[in-house]
Design a protein around this ligand. Structure first.
Ligand SMILES: NC(=O)c1ccc[n+]([C@@H]2O[C@H](COP(=O)([O-])OP(=O)(O)OC[C@H]3O[C@@H](n4cnc5c(N)ncnc54)[C@H](O)[C@@H]3O)[C@@H](O)[C@H]2O)c1
Length: 429
């Protein structure tokens, strides 16, 4: 049965969720507070880069609308999704101010209907209970509440939404859980029904586990460098163990993005606030901070002082397939390199580095970024960079040194072109 769905937040999660529910046949209204964002959407433009989203929105135009107006967004809505940002505060706790704004913005009556507020934003455990109490205090006892965390990854958001590994539904009322599960009719996936706190924890634990795997393989890579092993072979051998699997075992210069850093920090703080020192997660986070900085040490080992040396950062988004630069390793790298006195250039096929990368010369092409460079660092493994004409690059650079931060380049081919090559945890002579 098609339902009337309202979504608060027209970001990566809100837009993908809205477009996918429209694709499933539901009537969707997406509401945001940023005027330009809604104007762009109403003008047929997608204000962010997510592969396939423009076509999906276009195809479902008749069931999808965008507004700034709360009343318009929730009118007749049976489901009200919250997909607003929950960035970190200075203390490391999640900033829930946008979530509270939505709770307070809801109208005081729903004409005898029982809409369900569904939390898609990633929030600390306990948020659902606090929101429930706030809704009750506002007299909105007839509004249901369900925690339904989102696991999509930017760059593959639509596929992840339409073909999820699982749909997690944490509810206070069984009937609310059933209604939310039914909304996903048409999507083949196991539905995990839990309490609200458990659903909130599934999301935080999943992200923390993924970061743990990456920090783990990064530490293995660092040890490989010292003892003469090659982490790419090691990861292949480890990943074939059916108890472990191959995922998130790619060594590199560290994880970033809009979710992993803030969610791991939020879980760390959640534990600490509850009186528990989450030792493992603390280490996972610290390993990642150090991992990003190790690239600078690698460059210094080869080039000596970086003062006056030009370093080109290739790929600026936190991963390929997105324009998102939140907590991207390129930001830390650029900051450290500039602090060491280096001249830093950068290029990305999609992300606009100008907004966050102060002091970095943003080039129009990868080759332009490499012109006169003493070293190149492959930061984000965009296909464009894998296919780059490295022989042309070699001719443009002042010094042929490349640090392959994602272990994706052809080391032998580069060496044949006269490059010094260094990967992460690889043995390349
Ligand atoms: N980006 C991801 O890959 C991803 C994946 C899973 C979960 N999440 C979680 O989903 C949530 C949203 O993430 P995102 O990346 O889409 O964030 P985003 O920053 O891209 O989008 C959030 C949007 O919410 C809007 N907003 C703020 N206050 C609002 C209000 N009162 N009413 C309506 N809109 C409002 C903002 O203007 C913004 O457009 C976060 O909690 C995040 O942790 C993100």
């Amino acid at each position: 049965m098609p339902a009337r769905v309202s979504i608060f937040g027209a970001g990566y999660v809100g837009l993908v969720t809205g477009a996918c529910f429209a694709e499933l046949g539901h009537e969707v209204v997406v509401r945001d507070v940023v005027e330009e964002r809604i104007a762009a959407l109403n003008g047929g433009r997608i204000p962010l880069f997510e592969p396939g989203l423009d076509g999906l929105v276009e195809r479902n135009r008749s069931r999808l609308s965008f507004t700034l107006d709360v009343a318009e967004a929730v009118e007749g809505a049976e489901y009200v999704f919250v997909a607003v940002g929950t960035p970190p505060t200075y203390s490391g706790d999640a900033d829930l101010s946008a979530v509270w704004t939505v709770v307070n913005e809801l109208p005081s009556g729903f004409d005898g209907m029982r809409p369900i507020m569904i939390m898609k934003s990633t929030v600390p455990v306990g948020t659902g209970s606090a929101v429930r109490a706030a809704l009750d205090a506002r007299g909105l006892t007839g509004v249901g509440y369900v925690s339904n965390p989102e696991f999509l990854a930017e760059g593959s958001g639509i596929t992840d939404f339409m073909h999820p590994d699982r749909i997690v539904v944490g509810a206070f009322e069984k009937s609310d859980a059933e209604r939310v599960a039914s909304l996903y009719g048409g999507i083949e996936a196991p539905v995990v029904r839990t309490s609200v706190p458990s659903a909130e924890m599934v999301k935080l634990a999943s992200n923390a586990f993924l970061t743990t795997r990456v920090s783990f393989i990064n530490e293995i890579a660092n040890v490989c460098e010292l003892v003469g092993a090659d982490v790419t072979d090691v990861a292949e051998g480890v990943g074939l163990d059916h108890r472990l699997g191959p995922y998130f075992l790619r060594a590199g210069i560290g994880w970033g993005g809009s979710c992993f850093p803030k969610d791991s920090l939020a879980l760390k703080q959640l534990a600490a606030n509850s009186g528990y020192h989450f030792q493992l997660l603390n280490a996972v986070i610290e390993v990642n901070e150090l991992q990003k900085r190790r690239v600078v040490a690698k460059l210094q080992r080869r080039l000596g002082s970086l003062r006056g040396k030009k370093v080109a950062l290739l790929g600026l988004a936190f991963k390929p397939g997105t324009d998102d630069m939140r907590e991207a390793p390129s930001l830390v790298l650029a900051g450290r390199l500039i602090a060491e006195g280096a001249d830093v250039s950068g290029w990305d096929p999609v992300a606009d580095g100008r907004v966050l990368l102060h002091g970095v010369e943003i080039a129009d092409s990868a080759l332009a970024a490499l012109e006169g460079a003493d070293a190149a660092v492959l930061v984000t493994e965009w296909p464009e960079l894998l296919e780059l004409d490295w022989s042309e690059a070699a001719g443009l650079m002042r010094n042929r040194l490349i640090v392959d931060g994602r272990n994706v380049l052809d080391a032998d081919g580069l060496k044949a072109l006269g490059f010094e090559y260094e990967g992460i945890g690889r043995q390349v002579e």
